[in-house]
Design a protein around this ligand. Structure first.
Ligand code: ATP
Ligand code: MG
Length: 414
């Protein structure tokens, strides 16, 4: 294999692709700021334990998907597969417990060793939020509303469905787990090998399996919502009432789980059917046990993460970017003047490209290619008279403008 190929499952982002990518990130951050979220950027790698402890030794990510290597110093480190573990680690190592509630927004690359396909890469990007220190349903409502608001700003409301579920409190979860084990134990012959293993270690995760045999066995499985105790039911009802009050539509999906012990109460996903099997664009839940499990102080938390590539694929076409101005000198002498003119216009805040070489025709072709709005033409007559010919490239109209007035003249069309 050629060493000059990108690594399988990674992509170079350029041109319109990166513009769409940035549009997702920047829109999300702008909306998150309105909700009081500040940005956090944690390192792209951490000690492997950070992920093992948060994601659990039996999760798919930890068992199959992590990029883990040993450093020269002999430490085991891992490229982050997701964002929550790093934020929780930063909360603990930074001693931030006294500062709750804390609201963090993050964005950046994540790494998972999985089979690349449409909407599934080995290096991909996420945006995400974490709200730490608020145990009440208000937090769940706000965090989901923020996700819905970002999708609305991205003009994706019509393309997605919000699904929610409750995993209840610890007591409800224990009772439900027993029910599930009873149900699946009577049907082990219908389960995949992976799920037979899950039955012993983490039966909840069978509900989340993508294996067709498991999916069939899950259809009639007992439902979480039928096993919630009174307090958990009340919590879930408050979340639903809050969403309804904000006019956010949702459907309750009993098989929606996050199969880790420290997840409880609300779990949610925004899904689409426009991306084939990779239908989840934004997913999250409440993780009140996580920070304690990592060795920090008891701190409730809730958050979500969204795949930037999947969102960028769904986006409608973006409005055209600001169009530049093309400065076009005709000969060598004029090129010197053109450099000075270009410099002045750029310092005046305009976006300006200069045609480096070629005859007039070639330079005009280049101006069209970069979708310039105006050409500023400098021939020998213009240079002699201290003016430039400004041509509107859409209408063909042109006027002569004193070089000293160019910035003011062009700024009016910005
Ligand atoms: P999936 O079911 O698609 O594997 P997941 O449950 O592993 O998703 P999360 O860990 O909840 O996903 O990550 C949140 C979001 O990140 C996903 O909903 C998806 O949009 C995105 N995502 C996850 N893995 C990938 C990947 N390999 N490539 C691109 N986007 C991804
Ligand atoms: Mg996955």
């Amino acid at each position: 294999m050629s060493q000059l190929q990108p690594i399988k499952g990674t992509h170079d982002l350029m041109f319109e692709d990166i513009r769409r990518h940035r549009h997702v990130e920047e829109t999300a951050f702008e909306v998150a700021s309105r909700y009081g979220y500040g940005e956090i950027a944690t390192p792209v790698f951490e000690f492997t334990d950070v992920f093992k402890r948060t994601l659990g030794d039996t999760s798919d990510i930890v068992t199959k998907e992590m990029y883990t290597f040993e450093t020269k110093g002999g430490d085991s480190v891992t490229l982050r597969p997701e964002g929550t573990a790093g934020v929780a680690r930063a909360f603990i190592s930074g001693g931030l417990a006294q500062q709750t509630p804390l609201k963090f927004f993050y964005r950046g690359p994540m790494f998972r060793y999985e089979r690349p396909q449409k909407g599934r890469q080995r290096q991909f990007h996420q945006i995400g939020v974490e709200l730490l220190g608020v145990p009440t349903p208000q937090a769940d409502i706000e965090v989901i509303a923020l996700g819905a608001h970002i999708l609305k700003e991205l003009r994706l409301t019509g393309a997605v469905t919000l699904e929610i579920n409750s995993l209840g409190d610890i007591e409800s979860r224990a009772a439900y787990r027993d029910e599930l084990v009873r149900y699946f134990s009577a049907r082990t012959d219908q389960l995949s090998a992976d799920s037979r293993e899950r039955l012993a270690r983490n039966p909840l995760r069978i509900l989340d399996s993508k294996d067709p045999a498991d999916k069939a066995a899950v259809v009639d499985a007992p439902r979480f919502t039928d096993h919630l105790n009174a307090a958990s039911k009340d919590f879930f009802q408050q979340v639903q009432d809050g969403l309804a009050a904000l006019d956010i539509s949702f459907k309750v999906t009993p098989a929606l789980v996050r199969g880790l012990d420290y997840y409880g109460h609300t779990a949610f996903e925004f899904t689409t059917d426009a991306l084939g099997a990779q239908g989840t664009v934004l997913a999250g839940g409440r993780y009140d046990g996580l920070i304690k499990q990592m060795g920090g102080p008891v701190t409730p938390g809730i958050g979500w993460a969204a795949g930037v590539e999947r969102l960028a694929m769904l986006l409608p076409e973006l409005a055209q970017a600001n169009r530049p101005i093309a400065v076009i000198p005709i000969g060598d002498e004029e090129t010197k003047v053109a450099l000075a003119v270009t410099n002045t216009l750029r310092h005046a805040g305009l976006s300006v490209d200069i045609a480096y070489s070629g005859n007039m025709g070639k330079r005009m072709t280049r101006a069209n290619k970069i979708k310039a709005a105006f050409a500023v033409i400098l021939g020998s007559d213009e240079v002699r008279d201290g003016v430039a010919t400004v041509r509107n490239l859409d209408t063909g109209d042109q006027v002569k403008v004193a070089q000293a007035d160019l910035a003011r003249h062009l700024a009016a069309f910005k």
